[in-house]
Ligand binder design. Structure first.
Ligand code: MTE
Length: 388
C-alpha cells in the first residue's frame, strides 16, 4: 500500500526520504528561476506521515477548536473563518529548519536527512490573523503558549508543536490561519484546507491540516514538539542525544526564529563557467533570508576564500508592494503599513568581471540582518607574540 497515491506531484521534485513520507525540494536552479513567488508545484514539502485526504466538498465544513486556558472555548469551521473574519494576504517565506543540512552531514553526520538549499519557498498566503481568533476566545491569566495540532496520524500521535502566545497575539508578527496560497486553495501537501503560517520562524511551527489550538501555561507535550526542532548543546553528540530525554524536554533548546542564511544559485555548484570574453562579467546571484522579521541588510561575496568581501545588490520582495501599500490581493487585504517586518527572502546579485572570476576556484556568500553594528558575533581574534 502506497499512502498518498491519490496525490499528483511534480516529477521535478527531488525526494529526500525514499517513497514515504513525502519530503521533497525542487532543484535549486528551478526554484530560483521561479522568482520571488514559488508555485505550489515546486514549493518544498516536509511531511511526517501521510497526507489527510479532504474532499473539495468538505473543505468549508472543516472544523478546528480553540480551547484550554481561554474564557470562551470555540469551535469554528473554515466557513466561519471566511464569513466572520477579515481576510489578509501576505507574502511569506517558509523555511525548513533543516535547510542546507546536506552540507552539515558531509562534515559530520546529524540525525536528520540531507536537505539541499531548496528547503525554502515563498507564497502569498491568505487567511485570518491568529490574533483575531484568539481575541474572541480570550486567553486567561497565566496563558503563555498556543499549542497546535494537525490531523495527520503519525506513529507517535498527531503532529503538534507550540508558539508563544505573546507572538500569536502580536499582529506585527504576522501569524495567520491560512487557507489559500498564491490565490488558490491550499494544496493537500501544504495543509489543505487550513494551516498555521508563522512567518520568520522555522517551518516546523507552521502546523498543517490544523485541528486544535490549545492555550496553555506550559509548552506543548506533543512528541514531535519535544523530539524535533531543537538544538541541543554542541557537547551532546547525535548518538548520546537519544539517551537524554530530560535535555530534549528542556524548552530552552527549542528553536523558533530563523537565523540569517544565504545561498548562491548561480553559478551552480560544480558548474563549468565559460570565460569566452575576459572583458565581460558574470552575474553571481542567489537568495538570502533572516528570522524574526529582521531584514537582510547586507549580502557579501568573496572570490578569494574569505580574505575580502564585495557588497551585492539586494532586491526585496516586499518592495514590490510598496507602491500600492493597501490593496486587495488573492481574496485578502495586503496592508504594507502592517508589514514593516521582513518575512520574505530577498534576492541578491553582483557582477564579477570574468577575468577575476577566472582566478577563483570557489565563490562564497554571507548575509547579515538588521542587527548589523549591534550584537556583533564574528570570530573573536587576539594577536599573540612569542616571548624569546
Ligand atoms: N504540520 C503537520 N500537521 N504535519 C507535518 O508533518 N511538518 C512541519 C510543518 N507543519 C508538518 C506540519 C514542518 S517540519 C515544516 S518545515 C513545514 O510544515 C513544511 O511546510 P510545507 O510542507 O508546506 O512546505
Amino acid at each position: 500500500k502506497t499512502p498518498d497515491r491519490w496525490l499528483p506531484r511534480d516529477p521535478r521534485l527531488i525526494r529526500l526520504t525514499g517513497v514515504h513520507p513525502f519530503n521533497v525540494e525542487a532543484p535549486l536552479s528551478d526554484l530560483f528561476n521561479e522568482g520571488f513567488l514559488t508555485s505550489p508545484e515546486l514549493f518544498y514539502v516536509r511531511n511526517h506521515g501521510h497526507v489527510p485526504q479532504v474532499q473539495d466538498e468538505a473543505v468549508l465544513d472543516w472544523q478546528f477548536s480553540i480551547e484550554g486556558l481561554v474564557e470562551h472555548p470555540l469551535t469554528l469551521s473554515l466557513r466561519d473563518l471566511l464569513e466572520g473574519y477579515e481576510q489578509r494576504t501576505y507574502p511569506i517565506t517558509l523555511v525548513c529548519a533543516g535547510n542546507r543540512r546536506k552540507e552539515q552531514n558531509v562534515v559530520r553526520k546529524t540525525k536528520g536527512f540531507s536537505w539541499g538549499a531548496a528547503g525554502v519557498s515563498t507564497a502569498l498566503f491568505t487567511g485570518v490573523m491568529m490574533a483575531d481568533v484568539l481575541e474572541k476566545a480570550k486567553p486567561k491569566r497565566g496563558a503563555r503558549y498556543v499549542c497546535m495540532e494537525g490531523a495527520d496520524e503519525l506513529p507517535n500521535g498527531c503532529y503538534g508543536t507550540n508558539i508563544k502566545l505573546r507572538s500569536a497575539m502580536d499582529r506585527d508578527k504576522g501569524i495567520m490561519l491560512a487557507h489559500a496560497m498564491n490565490g488558490e486553495m491550499l494544496r493537500p501537501d501544504h495543509g489543505k484546507p487550513l494551516r498555521a503560517v508563522v512567518p520568520g520562524q522555522i517551518g516546523g511551527r507552521s502546523v498543517k491540516w490544523l485541528k486544535r489550538l490549545v492555550v496553555t501555561p506550559n509548552p506543548s507535550d506533543n512528541w514531535y514538539h519535544i523530539w524535533d526542532n531543537r538544538v541541543l548543546p554542541t557537547i551532546v553528540s547525535p548518538e548520546e542525544s537519544a539517551n537524554k530525554p530530560s535535555w530534549w524536554q528542556d524548552e530552552r533548546y527549542a528553536i523558533y526564529d530563523l537565523s540569517p542564511n544565504s545561498v548562491i544559485a548561480s553559478p551552480a555548484h560544480d558548474e563549468i563557467v565559460s570565460m569566452d570574453d575576459p572583458a565581460e562579467s558574470y552575474c553571481v546571484k542567489g537568495y538570502a533570508y533572516s528570522g524574526g522579521g529582521r531584514r537582510v541588510t547586507r549580502v557579501e561575496v568573496s572570490i578569494d576564500k574569505g580574505r575580502s568581501w564585495r557588497l551585492t545588490d539586494i532586491d526585496y520582495l516586499e518592495d514590490r508592494y510598496r507602491e500600492a501599500p493597501r490593496q486587495h490581493l488573492c481574496g485578502g487585504t495586503l496592508d504594507m503599513a502592517d508589514y514593516e517586518a521582513s518575512f520574505c527572502w530577498c534576492f541578491w546579485s553582483i557582477e564579477i568581471p570574468s577575468a577575476e572570476l577566472y582566478s577563483a576556484s570557489d565563490v562564497l556568500v554571507r548575509a547579515m540582518d538588521d542587527i548589523l553594528g549591534m550584537m556583533n558575533s564574528p570570530w573573536f581574534r587576539v594577536a599573540i607574540y612569542l616571548d624569546g
